[in-house]
Unconditional design. Structure first.
Length: 286
């Protein structure tokens, strides 16, 4: 990265790459959301013996619980933010951008809930479609209100990021991931998340891996912080869950967590960083 680009306080413009960061992040979100909402992908007939159509788009008590609805709203907020930001970047009319964003969110939700009809461990819910669509709407509103300010803030963070600051933020993300895993396992959150399901390990790893891919200045920093994250997350997650449940320590869980975190990190770097003639450059999203 040249000194001129580094000192400008903005993300370098993309070179030979057609997709902006907004679209790349949206694609990363889509892959993550599909994994989260369809894992463990054990397709089969409904467990209750009813037909597929009878299990489509249900609206039971669990689907209407506050925590369930809130999680489904939050899941689609990033999609709303990213797609609306992309529309603004392309200078599309505001109303058209909002309608397209919400429509895409609705269609993705319908596809996900339709897939869940064929997953015995999942519940296809009409309330989930509504909550997901509401999340996309919230994302559009959030980007309209604070999108430009957040973009300027991220650019300023990028220009001022030091290894020490990056390590501090990653430590915070690590504490949040460990706390979330413990809360799910102990029943504090009204949701059933398998402790070592690959999809949820990927979800817990994603924020820090994106952070490394975006804010680490060089390939060496990416390798260093990536290795630190994988090692600390894998070991501390196992120790946390051993303490919470009282079960025996299992090194196999560390190996599995490390493998998933490594794949997420590699995908994040491949999605958000571009290497040209030996120089790593970030892909602009503005």
């Amino acid at each position: 990265m040249s000194a001129k680009i580094r000192n400008s306080g903005k993300f370098p413009q993309h070179v030979g790459v057609r997709l902006s960061v907004s679209l790349r992040l949206a694609l990363a979100w889509l892959c993550s959301a599909l994994i989260i909402t369809t894992a463990p992908l054990n397709f089969g007939p409904p467990a209750d013996g009813r037909g597929y159509l009878q299990n489509a788009f249900l609206y039971g008590d669990f689907e209407r619980s506050f925590s369930h609805v809130a999680l489904n709203v939050l899941l689609f907020v990033p999609l709303g933010v990213l797609l609306h930001h992309e529309g603004v970047r392309r200078r599309l009319p505001a109303s058209r951008t909002a309608v397209l964003t919400v429509t895409i969110g609705l269609l993705i939700s319908v596809v996900v809930e339709s897939l869940q009809v064929f997953l015995p461990d999942r519940d296809s819910s009409l309330f989930d479609v509504g909550a997901n669509t509401m999340g996309a709407i919230v994302g559009v509103i959030a980007n309209r209100i604070a999108g430009q300010s957040i973009e300027q803030l991220v650019n300023r963070w990028y220009s001022q990021t030091t290894p020490r600051k990056l390590a501090g933020v990653m430590a915070g993300f690590l504490l949040v991931a460990l706390g979330f895993a413990s809360a799910c396992l102990s029943g504090v959150l009204a949701t059933e998340l398998p402790a070592y399901n690959s999809a949820y390990l990927a979800l817990l790893s994603l924020p820090s891996c994106v952070l490394v891919a975006v804010f680490a200045r060089t390939a060496r920093e990416r390798h260093l912080f990536g290795a630190l994250w994988i090692a600390s997350f894998s070991v501390l997650l196992e120790l946390t869950l051993v303490t919470a449940t009282g079960r025996a320590f299992d090194p196999a869980n560390i190996v599995k967590t490390s493998a998933v975190a490594t794949l997420v990190l590699a995908g994040s770097v491949a999605t958000l960083a571009h290497s040209a003639r030996g120089r790593h450059r970030l892909v602009a999203g503005t």
